[in-house]
Design a protein around this ligand. Structure first.
Ligand SMILES: [Zn+2]
Length: 120
């Protein structure tokens, strides 16, 4: 039994993280995610890369690779800022889920609240 839909929300963060670290492209990212145990296919990843580009988190460039064009992606300044902005939530989720923390730190919670679901 798999729980893909529970993990689906982590994939954009994962992609953004690696695009901040360096240039990524579809096949390498698929390999990376599968290595981490995500069951994901190009039909899910490529639209995601496109959406992240459309929303300004990633910037793409194309380069010929043999007979095919390969699209390389890198995080934009907005993408880098966004990843920084959601780190408190990622960290608190990790603390609660993995370390069993019951109460995330109360201090400066309002400052750390990140707007989600903004219209694209
Ligand atoms: Zn990774």
């Amino acid at each position: 039994m798999t729980h893909d839909f529970l993990l689906a929300g982590l994939i954009p963060l994962h992609v953004l993280h690696h695009s901040v670290e360096g240039e990524i492209y579809g096949q390498a990212m698929l390999d990376e995610l599968r290595h981490h145990g995500y069951r994901i296919g190009p039909g899910t990843l490529y639209p995601l890369l496109h959406r992240l580009e459309e929303r300004g988190y990633l910037k793409a460039r194309e380069e010929r690779n043999g007979k095919t064009m390969r699209r390389y992606y890198r995080a934009t300044p907005k993408g880098r800022t966004a990843l920084e902005a959601v780190k408190p939530q990622v960290s608190e989720l990790f603390s609660e889920v993995i370390q069993g923390d019951r109460h995330p730190p109360q201090r400066s919670r309002s400052r750390r609240r990140t707007t989600i679901g903004e219209p694209s």
